[in-house]
Design a protein around this ligand. Structure first.
Ligand code: NAG
Ligand code: NAG
Ligand code: NAG
Ligand code: NAG
Ligand code: NAG
Length: 549
């Protein structure tokens, strides 16, 4: 797609997302059916969450941007190349002369600007207020404006990895000099509490393991400490946690769609029903059917901040089309004769599939701008689509981390397992972008599959340390990759090693907060209270390190 039509597509996508009430903070961005449209949508969605949460940009003036100089390569200083890393400081509660603590929030895989709400009313503000501490949001290298390179070619991306990013944080903690504060608040002379959600949650846990002398305490919220190549469990959480009738309808619809696609005669009328007659590859077609499922993760306990798209989709799916059928057919078995609708091209389908098609046409297909073909908008097999390496191609960043160290590809579950995604979604399909988008460079080549060992050697499901808190959400699709996974050992919840699961919660529900905690729903108020309590207890144990003689 030419860049001008891509820009048009983006404008449309933005409108679509804002109509859908925007998505909450998304990370870690999985590779859920990769095409440019989805990648750009994910990037834009993260950005948009700031606009919605913070419409007047209030707070931004209170927290002016600051810069910290970092070496591009912490492990080979010979090039001498450096870059400015952005950060923002909340001094509202800091009491000079008290020596901290410093509460730092790792920006993770998005612009640090998107995290300012957490500095203003979210977890950083909450903990800084409780402890009289200084709050900080630290942007991750390569994201936002913390950029050290001129383009995003494979070679230029070679310093975007866990080891370099962890070294950035350590260097920052040990050397930062805060504007307008005379006191030395660096680690280890000051207690630092390191917070992260999602990918950044895994980083918070890793920081406690890698730099225990600098990180006094860490909180890993929805921290995906188990990196894995195949991650079909993501959609399985949604299958089991969604409203049962909706989940049943998705499951049955997808099974039927897979069956119809395998009969070449009905595949075309079926795709036409969904408004996608011109999409060449059936994989791309079924990948688009995951669009509503991807909005599960964007739910938030505050509907003004999160997305309602998943629930709207379920309502649309479950409702017998008016005028076609009696309302009481909704409780009959899938494909009961009373539920069937006859359609052009010899199709006869359960009404849930017809609703699925209508929803997809209205909410997904309609975002493809006039003048672009469906293949250009939703196809993923044309390598030229991925050729641009200019700095505005920000989808290349997290995708690079996926392809090199994190994985989380989401094919269909193993054979015979109940599923809400198509069997056509394979590991090859989900991971092909790693080959398509990252041509081998002179200095670096993206491996055929990511080396997730580098993440998992740091502790995986069993990662643990004193003053490392693990907080997860009960119905978070990322939970199976956290220490609260069904594959992890159970553990006790103690003050020194908090281990807390927020009931009914999705993705890092504790990160976001309201100015007045008593306005939060009970489960969120409870976790925030517990977090304040354990951090206060930790700080009682603080003693400054002895000076070296
Ligand atoms: C692939 O994409 C490029 C650039 O977007 C376009 O010029 C080309 O026509 C496309 N090729 C096919 C076969 O569609
Ligand atoms: C990318 O940037 C590097 C220098 O940072 C430069 O040597 C290289 O030619 C650039 N490549 C492209 C395709 O722009
Ligand atoms: C199709 O979807 C639109 C918008 O979501 C809705 O207004 C309309 O009633 C739906 N049509 C049918 C036949 O369900
Ligand atoms: C993967 O990473 C681990 C840990 O960093 C390393 O020991 C191993 O050699 C790597 N494997 C490959 C195939 O590069
Ligand atoms: C917070 O909200 C509660 C209940 O709505 C109210 O009683 C209290 O005064 C509020 N506190 C502040 C500081 O506004």
């Amino acid at each position: 797609m030419a860049s001008s039509s891509l820009a048009k597509a983006l404008a449309t996508v933005l409108i679509y997302i804002s109509l859908c009430n925007a998505l909450g903070a998304l990370p870690p961005l999985g590779s859920q059916g990769i095409n440019l449209w989805k990648l750009q949508q994910q990037q834009q969605a993260v950005k948009l969450s700031l606009t919605v949460q913070n419409p007047s940009n209030s707070g931004v003036e209170e927290f002016p941007v600051q810069w910290f100089q970092q070496p591009l390569d912490h492990f080979d200083s010979s090039s001498g190349h450096t870059f400015g890393q952005r950060y923002w400081v909340n001094k509202r509660h800091y009491e000079p002369g008290t020596g901290g603590p410093v509460i730092v929030l790792d920006g993770g895989e998005t612009s640090g600007e998107d995290r300012i709400p957490f500095l203003d009313t979210g977890i950083v503000e909450i903990l800084a207020r409780a402890t009289g501490g200084l709050g900080v949001v630290l942007e991750h290298r390569y994201y936002g404006e913390s950029i050290a390179v001129e383009n995003l070619t494979t070679d230029s991306l070679r310093w975007l990895n866990n080891e370099q990013a962890a070294a950035d944080s350590a260097n920052f903690m040990a050397n930062v000099k805060f504007d307008g504060i005379d006191e030395d608040l660096t680690a280890p002379g000051t207690p630092w509490i390191y917070y992260g959600g999602s990918y950044a949650g895994a980083r918070a846990a890793h920081m406690k393991i890698l730099y225990p002398e600098l990180v006094f305490g860490a909180i890993a919220s929805s921290g995906v400490t188990h990196a894995t190549i195949v991650y079909w469990e993501y959609f399985d959480i949604i299958r089991t946690a969604a409203e049962p009738k909706c989940s049943y309808h998705i499951q049955k619809s997808i099974e039927t769609i897979d069956r119809l696609l395998s009969t070449k005669r009905l595949a075309h009328p079926l795709k036409a029903l969904f408004g996608l007659p011109d999409l060449q590859h059936d994989e791309d077609f079924v990948s688009l059917l995951e669009t509503p499922l991807n909005s599960w993760q964007a739910k938030n306990w505050d509907p003004a901040f999160g997305s309602n798209v998943f629930d709207e989709f379920c309502d649309a799916l479950n409702k017998p089309p008016f005028g076609f059928l009696a309302a009481d057919v909704a409780d009959l078995e899938f494909e009961d004769p009373a539920r069937m609708i006859s359609l052009p091209g010899g199709l006869s389908l359960d009404f849930a599939i017809v609703n699925y098609a209508n929803w997809t046409k209205q909410n997904v297909v309609s975002t493809c701008p006039e003048g672009s073909t469906q293949e250009e908008c939703f196809g993923t097999f044309n390598n030229s689509q991925y050729a641009a390496t200019t700095l505005d191609q920000t989808w290349r960043l997290w995708q690079f981390q996926v392809c090199t160290q994190w994985g989380f590809f989401m094919p269909a579950p193993p054979p015979g397992y109940p599923r809400i995604v198509s069997n056509l979604i394979t590991l090859d399909y989900e991971s092909k972008i790693c080959k398509q988008a990252y041509a081998p460079g002179k200095y670096f080549t993206v491996p055929p599959l990511p080396n997730v060992t580098a993440v998992d050697v740091l502790g995986d499901f069993d990662i643990a340390a004193d003053r490392l808190a693990i907080i997860d959400g009960e119905v978070d699709p990322w939970r199976p990759a956290t220490p609260h996974s069904q594959y992890a050992m159970d553990r006790d919840d103690t003050v020194l090693r908090p281990f807390k699961l927020i009931p009914h919660a999705v993705h890092h529900y504790d990160e976001y907060g309201l100015k007045n905690l008593s306005d939060e729903p009970p489960e969120i108020r409870k976790i925030h209270g517990e977090m304040i309590a354990f951090v206060m207890e930790w700080l009682k144990d603080w003693t400054p390190p002895k000076e070296d003689q």
